[in-house]
Design a protein around this ligand. Structure first.
Ligand SMILES: *Cc1c(COP(=O)(O)O)cnc(C)c1O
Length: 451
């Protein structure tokens, strides 16, 4: 190819692009260095396309527009607000529980300045990081001792590390579950330095199976909530009460990982609350703070005073501890559970009636000039109450560009909107959308759907 026909030669120079009138505003907004860098990136993309034998050299204003887009995207926060129209309240990928207003204010209060994180205001001496939480947790669950760490997985890791002493931990084969994101119960037991002893079968484990597996090396009986799956049909499991009896008889500890952290009985649910598991005789129960409890990411450990004190002394505790913002949010959420649980968003969302959800879908429709009212099936999520479908309502859209393209465009917005595709339609479920979010949601939909 003769030199002058090589299209790469006709790529404009950065200096020339910077002389365009649009470049001035861009430099004023982002700084000249960032604009030069973005232009270099845009030119490199074009060069790569041409090298692959595709495309043409774009006009200089187009190159500048591409650089502007890249700068704009870079300016947006990577972690950003999303509207959850999936119908899954505790969506782990969308950050699980939204916080109550009281919890948000508590976070802002301690984040803006200093606080008595580890300082006893009465004595003026060093205090405990969880000093404010412990009495609340004791009052809410009747536990003798309480502690909070970074998340549910950290709570189990700490419990097994501190209590198994490198010995054996017995678990039912029906409870060796993967909770999500590769977090598997057998791996955590190993990480905790313990030896896993599996008993029973996938569908049936009886008290006698545990009893037969006990050796002088056994330290802990572990009961794990199945979380995001269920064994149904021909099944049997040993309950907390029976296991607690066996643990007491043989001088072992019973640890129960309840997962979702129910404080009050959920509507239509047979799941034990934290208090019920303790009353049934568990020495220690663990759960997450951001599932049914509706607080920040956290892991709670509740149980007999002497057992919790062993956890308090373990060196891992420091690596797993909570920061001041999470502690503030958790304390505020627990306070609400004592007097006004309906102010905890997750609690309120799961108690909405069908009529409330239908009315919200109708309100959204009134703000759009397309879409239809549709029934939808929603879930609590987060491994909580997996078998309980929630009758919900949605706005169903059949955009000309196709449901997948519209869903992608909505995800790219600010805030991002995440819905669900079902039978070629884009469904926006109202269970986890608040009334306050409707104008924002309608705005995002109009932007994407209006030609
Ligand atoms: C969710 C869950 C966990 C993990 O809790 P994280 O807070 O996500 O770390 C552990 N066990 C059970 C049974 C769960 O449901």
């Amino acid at each position: 190819m003769p030199e002058d026909e090589n299209p790469r030669r006709t790529l404009p120079q950065i200096q020339k692009l910077l002389e365009l009138p649009e470049a001035e505003a861009l430099c004023a907004a982002h700084g000249r260095g960032a604009v030069v860098e973005a232009l270099r990136g845009a030119l490199a993309d074009v060069r790569a396309q041409l090298g692959a034998g595709a495309g043409q050299v774009p006009a200089p204003p187009v190159l500048l527009a591409r650089a502007a887009l890249a700068l704009g995207v870079r300016g947006q926060p990577g972690l950003r607000r999303a509207i959850n129209a999936t119908g899954i309240v505790l969506h782990t990928n969308l950050g699980r529980a939204p916080l109550a207003r009281e919890a948000i204010e508590a976070v802002a209060d301690v984040a803006a300045g200093y606080c008595n994180l580890e300082f006893d205001l009465e004595s003026g001496k060093r205090g405990s990081r969880t000093q404010a939480l412990e009495p609340l947790l004791r009052a809410l669950t009747a536990a003798e001792g309480a502690l909070a760490v970074n998340n549910g997985a950290a709570a189990i890791l700490l419990a097994l590390s501190a209590l198994s002493g490198g010995g054996e931990v017995i678990v039912s084969r029906g409870e060796l579950v993967e909770i999500g994101g590769g977090f598997r119960v057998p791996d955590v037991i190993r990480q905790g330095g313990a030896r896993l002893v599996e008993v029973g079968a996938t569908n049936k484990t009886r008290l006698e199976d545990y009893r037969a597996a006990i050796t002088p090396e056994t330290k802990v009986l572990l009961k794990v909530h199945q979380s995001n799956f269920r064994t149904i049909g021909f099944t049997a499991e040993a309950g907390i009460e029976e296991l607690a009896g066996l643990a007491r008889e043989r001088g072992l500890l019973l640890v129960a990982d309840l997962g979702s952290g129910l404080l009050q009985q959920a509507p239509g649910s047979a799941e034990p609350t934290l208090g019920q598991a303790l009353a049934a005789g568990a020495d220690l129960v663990t759960c997450s703070g951001d599932k049914l409890l509706g607080g920040p990411q956290a892991g709670l450990l509740l149980g007999r005073a002497e057992v919790v004190d062993r956890l308090r002394k373990h060196p891992l505790l420091r690596a797993l501890r909570l920061d001041k913002m999470s502690l503030a949010a958790l304390e505020a959420t627990l306070r609400l559970h004592r007097g006004k649980p309906e102010r905890v968003p997750v609690y309120a969302m799961l108690r909405q009636t069908g009529a409330m959800l239908r009315r919200r879908a109708e309100d959204l429709l009134a703000l759009l000039d397309c879409g239809a009212l549709a029934r939808s099936e929603a879930f609590a999520g987060g491994g909580a109450l997996p078998e309980e479908r929630i009758e919900s309502w949605a706005v169903a859209l059949t955009p000309p560009m196709g449901a997948a393209a519209a869903a992608a465009a909505l995800r790219a917005g600010m805030p991002a909107v995440v819905g669900r595709i079902s039978e070629g339609r884009l469904l926006l479920d109202m269970l986890a959308v608040s009334d306050d979010e409707l104008p924002l949601l309608a705005g995002a939909l109009r932007k994407v759907l209006t030609p």
